[in-house]
Design a protein around this ligand. Structure first.
Ligand SMILES: *[C@@H]1O[C@H](CO)[C@@H](O)[C@H](O)[C@H]1NC(C)=O
Ligand SMILES: *[C@@H]1O[C@H](CO)[C@@H](O)[C@H](O)[C@H]1NC(C)=O
Ligand SMILES: *[C@@H]1O[C@H](CO)[C@@H](O)[C@H](O)[C@H]1NC(C)=O
Length: 138
């Protein structure tokens, strides 16, 4: 088996790690639109801490439901001061998906089975303008 997980599999890793945060699947539910905005963003932050270690501080996340329409989950990413990346999504899942896409396409990241943290470039690659990522609403 290849030592690296790529593509959609990384989303699965995100979700699996997320479930392990509280030892059950409640956390994933906390990423979904039914949870409060605060609960959703807290769940994303916990997830990032799991996956990225202290580099999770390079991301500022928040939830804004009005970004979405009925059919699409939307996440917008932009660069902010101090080489941070701001991610605003319509749900926690949208934010996690948006950051996943940023890691994959802008940071060339992969997760290894050895359990190493992602090897993130320092500083994070800046974004010019707004990166908008839509995914089908579930
Ligand atoms: C972040 O974690 C790494 C190891 O995981 C450590 O070497 C580094 O000093 C930490 N940085 C901060 C600011 O805590
Ligand atoms: C949420 O997004 C909408 C549309 O982009 C924007 O008009 C609004 O100011 C945002 N709300 C917050 C609290 O950022
Ligand atoms: C709303 O959804 C449609 C697809 O059903 C999409 O074409 C459109 O861009 C979306 N609008 C916004 C503001 O995201």
């Amino acid at each position: 088996m290849t030592p690296y997980i790529r593509g959609a599999a990384l989303v699965f890793v995100f979700i699996t790690l997320l479930q392990s945060v509280n030892g059950d699947s409640r956390s994933f539910a906390h990423l979904r639109a039914k949870a409060s905005d605060k609960t959703q963003s807290r769940s994303v932050i916990e997830l990032l801490r799991r996956v990225l270690g202290n580099r999770s501080r390079d991301f500022i996340v928040s939830i804004n439901r009005t970004l979405s329409n009925d059919s699409l989950d939307v996440c917008e990413l932009r660069s902010a001061k101090n080489n941070k990346i701001v991610a605003v999504g319509s749900t926690g899942v949208a934010v996690a998906t948006g950051i996943y896409n940023y890691l994959k396409y802008f940071c060339n990241c992969h997760v290894s089975w050895s359990g190493d943290q992602l090897n993130l470039p320092r500083p994070l690659p800046p974004l010019t303008g707004v990166l908008r990522i839509s995914s089908p609403h579930r």
